[in-house]
Design a protein around this ligand. Structure first.
Ligand SMILES: [Zn+2]
Ligand SMILES: [Zn+2]
Length: 725
C-alpha cells in the first residue's frame, strides 16, 4: 500500500493521507490533485509512507500526479516546514502560499521557450537616419539588431523602457521573434566603476566565505552598496551560480532591474513581486526554478523560490519593515533568508545604512561579520549637513517655518531641487468644527478621517471608508469647519502660494495611484523639470537625484513619544534615508529638520551622522526595559464585531497561557494601537521570553489550546517576532 502525505490549502495544522495507485509514479515535492470534501484540489506531496494511522476506508485516492513542473526540492520542503513550525501557521497553507497561483490549479503550466529577436526583411531595409530622433530607444534596439540577433535579456539591458519599444517594433513588422537555438553561454560584465578600498574589502570578505556566513554590510547612504552587490554577483555568476536579491519595495525594482541588466547584459534576470500579473509571475518562477534565470530580484515572497544553483543571498535595506508579512504566514523574509542560507551552506549579505537593531546586535556580538562603508562612493559627494530648526515657539499656520521658506527660496534662485518630506498624505489629518469641537471620526474605526481637498472628500486610511466633505458640522450645524494638522496636499498648496513660479510635484500614494505614473514622475525629476518635491516615504529610499541639494523634514516629533518601542528606531532610519537624498551629486547637501526637541538624542545622532551612537543608546534602553533583541516575543491578536466575545476569547487564551507554567512572561490583554478598525474590536496579548527556544516550546503547547477555544465569529492570529503592535 502506498500512501502520500499531502499539504493542502486548509487551516488545519496537519497533512492529509491519500492512496496512490501502483501505476502512478510519485515523489515528494510533486503536486497532486486529490479529492477534499466535495471538491478536487491541488496539494503538494510532503512525504511518502507505507502505512497510515487512519482506517483504510477513510483514505481516498490521488486523482492525478501533476508532472508539468519538476517537484519542489527537499530543501524547499524543509524550509516551508520550518516556517510553518516557527511561525505556527498551518503547514498546508504555508506550502501552498509559497507557490504562484497558477500552480495551485490543476491546469498544466509550461515554461515558454526563450525567444531571440532579429530584424525582419522590412526592418533590414529601413534607413535608420530617416526615423524620428525622439524614438531613441527604438533606434537603439534597431541599431543593436543590425549587429545580430539578441535575446530578450540583452534587449532589456538596452533601456528600462526597451520592452515597450520592442513591442512597438514587432507590431510595425520590423522585428521578428524566433525560438532561441541554445541558451546564451556568453558572460559579459560591464566593469564601469572602480571600487573604493572599503568596497573592495567588503567584496573580498564575502568572497572568502566558505559555506554559510552572515554579513552585515553597514554602508552610509551613497556609499555604493549596490556596487558591492554587483561585484559579488559577478563572482557567483562566473561560477554558474544563482543569486537571490531581496528588496523591500516593488517601486524600486524596475530601477534595480535595469541597473543589473545593464551590468550583466547576457545573464537572464527575473523579478518576482506582487506588481506582476499571474502569467508573468509563473513564468519568472519557472525560469528561476529551472536554473535558467541566474539573478532573481524580488520582494519578500521571492524568498520561497526554488533555486537549484543558489550560491548567494543578498537582502538590501534589511531593516525595512516590509520584509515582514502582516497577515497569513507572519514571516520575516530576512529571517527566512538567513535560515535558508544556513541550510544551503551559502553566504548571505544584509545591507543597510541604518541596520535593524536585531541585525546590528548580531553583528556586534559576533554572530554576523560587520562590513562597513563609511565614505560616499563618489569623491565629490559629501554627506549633507543636518540642522534642526527649533519650532517650539514659532507660529506656523501652514506647518512651514520662515527659515525653511528662505532655504527653499535660495535653492529656487540657484536652480537646485528641494525635497519636502512629510509622512502624511491628504490635506489635513482631521477636519474640526470651530464651534463644538466635532472631529471627522471614521464611523467604522477608532481613527479620524483624513481631509482630501482635491476631490473634497473625507477618507479613512485604515478601512477605506469615504464621504463628501459635509457643508456644515454634522453635530451642531456650524458652517465653519477647519482642517487641523498638515498633509502633503496642504504643503503643496501652501508652497505653491508662496512660490507661484516654482514647479512643485507631489509624490504620495494618491498622486501615483495609476500604473506607470511614478516612473513618469521620476523621469520628470531626473530631467530637472521639477523644483520642489513634496512627498511621503515613497521618496525616502534608494533614489539618486543629482541636483537635489535640500531636504526639509516637517513634523517628525510624534514618533519620538509613541507607545511603540520601535517608533524611534524607524524614525531614525527614515530620516537618515531621506537625508541621504541630499547632495548625492557634486553640490553639497543640506537637511533641515523642524522639531520642538532639537536636543533629543535622535536628532543629535542624525546631525553627527552617527548611527553607532544612536544604536548604542537604543540598545541600552532596550536592554534595561527588556525589549527585543534582548527578549523574544509573540503577539496573539484577536478581532471581532462583538466586544464581549473578543475579550472572552482573550481571557481564555491568557488563562491557558498562564496555566502552562513555562519560562515565559505572559502580559495582560490590551486594546491594539488601533482599537477599532472597520467595525472590528481589536485586542492583543503579548508573551515573551529571554530564550527563543523556551518561547517555541511554549507556543507548541499553547497553540492547540487556542484552537480549542470557541471563536466562531472571531479572527485571531499568532505573530512570532512581531514588528507592529
Ligand atoms: Zn459643531
Ligand atoms: Zn475607517
Amino acid at each position: 500500500m502506498r500512501i502520500v502525505r499531502v499539504a493542502l490549502d486548509v487551516p488545519l495544522s496537519t497533512l492529509f493521507d491519500y492512496y496512490v495507485a501502483e501505476n502512478m509514479p510519485v515523489v515528494a515535492g510533486q503536486r497532486v490533485v486529490v479529492p477534499f470534501g466535495h471538491r478536487q484540489v491541488v496539494g503538494v506531496v510532503m512525504e511518502l509512507a507505507a502505512s497510515s494511522d487512519f482506517a483504510a476506508t477513510r483514505i481516498k485516492e490521488v486523482v492525478q500526479v501533476l508532472n508539468d513542473v519538476s517537484p519542489l526540492p527537499a530543501e524547499m520542503l524543509k524550509l516551508l516546514r520550518f516556517c510553518s513550525d516557527y511561525y505556527h501557521h498551518p503547514v498546508g497553507m504555508t506550502v501552498l502560499s509559497a507557490l504562484p497561483t497558477r500552480l495551485r490549479n490543476p491546469q498544466a503550466v509550461v515554461l515558454k521557450q526563450a525567444l531571440t529577436y532579429s530584424l525582419s526583411d522590412s526592418g533590414k531595409a529601413l534607413d535608420l537616419d530617416q526615423l524620428p530622433k525622439r524614438k531613441q530607444v527604438q533606434l537603439r534596439i534597431l541599431r543593436a539588431l543590425q549587429e545580430g540577433s539578441l535575446s530578450a535579456a540583452q534587449i532589456k539591458a538596452i533601456s528600462a523602457t526597451a520592452p515597450a519599444a520592442l513591442k512597438q517594433l514587432i507590431e510595425a513588422g520590423w522585428v521578428e521573434a524566433g525560438e532561441a537555438s541554445a541558451p546564451c553561454a556568453k558572460f559579459t560584465f560591464n566593469e564601469e566603476h572602480r571600487l573604493t578600498a572599503e568596497q573592495q574589502a567588503a567584496v573580498d570578505a564575502v568572497n572568502r566565505a566558505q559555506g554559510f556566513a552572515a554579513f552585515l554590510l553597514h554602508g552610509i547612504t551613497g556609499s555604493g552598496k549596490t556596487e558591492v552587490y554587483v561585484h559579488l554577483l559577478q563572482q557567483i555568476l562566473q561560477r554558474g551560480g544563482q543569486v537571490l536579491l531581496l528588496v523591500p519595495e516593488i517601486n524600486l525594482t524596475p530601477q534595480l532591474e535595469y541597473y543589473f541588466r545593464s551590468r550583466f547584459p547576457d545573464t537572464e534576470l527575473v523579478s518576482l513581486h506582487s506588481g506582476l500579473n499571474e502569467g508573468e509571475r509563473t513564468q519568472n518562477w519557472l525560469l528561476a526554478q529551472s536554473g535558467r534565470a541566474r539573478i532573481i530580484l524580488g520582494t519578500r515572497l521571492a524568498v520561497f523560490t526554488p533555486l537549484p544553483n543558489l550560491a548567494l543571498i543578498i537582502v538590501d535595506e534589511e531593516h525595512d519593515a516590509s520584509f515582514k508579512q502582516q497577515d497569513g504566514l507572519h514571516y520575516s523574509a530576512r529571517d527566512v533568508a538567513i535560515f535558508r542560507a544556513n541550510a544551503r551552506a551559502v553566504p548571505i549579505v544584509l545591507g543597510s545604512a541604518t541596520p535593524s537593531l536585531e541585525s546590528y546586535y548580531n553583528a556586534k556580538s559576533g554572530r554576523y561579520t560587520l562590513l562597513k562603508l563609511t565614505e560616499r562612493a563618489s569623491q565629490l559627494a559629501q554627506l549633507p549637513s543636518v540642522r534642526c530648526i527649533n519650532i517650539s515657539n514659532e507660529l506656523m499656520p501652514e506647518g512651514i517655518s520662515q527659515q525653511l521658506l528662505s532655504a527653499l527660496g535660495e535653492r529656487l534662485l540657484r536652480g537646485e531641487q528641494s525635497l519636502v518630506f512629510i509622512n502624511r498624505r491628504g490635506y489635513a489629518p482631521v477636519l474640526m468644527c470651530t464651534a463644538c469641537g466635532w472631529l471627522s471620526g471614521c464611523p467604522n474605526c477608532a481613527g479620524k478621517m483624513v481631509l482630501h481637498l482635491k476631490d473634497r472628500r473625507l477618507r479613512c486610511h485604515h478601512c477605506g471608508h469615504q464621504t463628501r466633505v459635509p457643508p456644515a458640522c454634522p453635530s451642531c450645524g456650524n458652517a465653519d469647519l477647519q482642517p487641523v494638522g498638515i498633509g502633503t496636499q496642504r504643503i503643496e498648496t501652501a508652497l505653491q502660494a508662496h512660490f507661484p513660479d516654482a514647479r512643485i510635484l507631489r509624490v504620495d500614494r494618491d498622486s501615483t495611484r495609476n500604473k506607470g505614473t511614478w516612473n513618469a514622475m521620476r523621469k520628470q525629476i531626473q530631467d530637472e523639470a521639477v523644483d520642489i518635491l513634496v512627498g511621503t516615504q515613497m521618496l525616502a529610499k534608494g533614489h539618486d537625484f543629482h541636483n537635489l541639494t535640500l531636504v526639509c523634514v516637517l513634523s517628525p516629533d510624534s514618533a519620538l513619544y509613541s507607545g511603540d518601542f520601535r517608533a524611534s528606531e524607524k524614525l531614525f532610519a527614515q530620516l537618515a534615508q531621506v537625508s541621504g537624498r541630499a547632495g548625492r551629486g557634486d553640490k553639497p547637501g543640506e537637511v533641515l529638520v523642524q522639531t520642538a526637541f532639537p536636543e533629543h538624542p535622535l536628532f543629535r545622532a542624525l546631525r553627527a551622522h552617527d548611527y553607532d551612537a544612536w544604536a548604542a543608546t537604543l540598545l541600552t534602553e532596550r536592554e534595561q526595559a527588556g525589549f527585543p533583541p534582548f527578549v523574544y516575543q509573540v503577539l496573539l491578536r484577536c478581532e471581532g464585531k462583538q466586544e464581549a466575545e473578543v475579550y472572552e476569547f482573550m481571557r481564555q487564551a491568557r488563562s491557558a497561557a498562564t496555566g502552562l507554567v513555562m519560562q515565559v512572561e505572559v502580559y495582560g490583554v490590551v486594546a491594539a494601537a488601533m482599537p477599532r478598525r472597520a467595525n472590528h474590536i481589536r485586542v492583543q496579548l503579548l508573551v515573551q521570553s529571554d530564550a527563543r527556544k523556551s518561547l517555541q516550546q511554549f507556543l507548541r503547547k499553547w497553540q492547540p489550546l487556542l484552537e480549542a477555544i470557541p471563536a466562531k465569529q472571531l479572527r485571531w492570529s499568532v505573530d512570532v517576532d512581531p514588528l507592529e503592535f
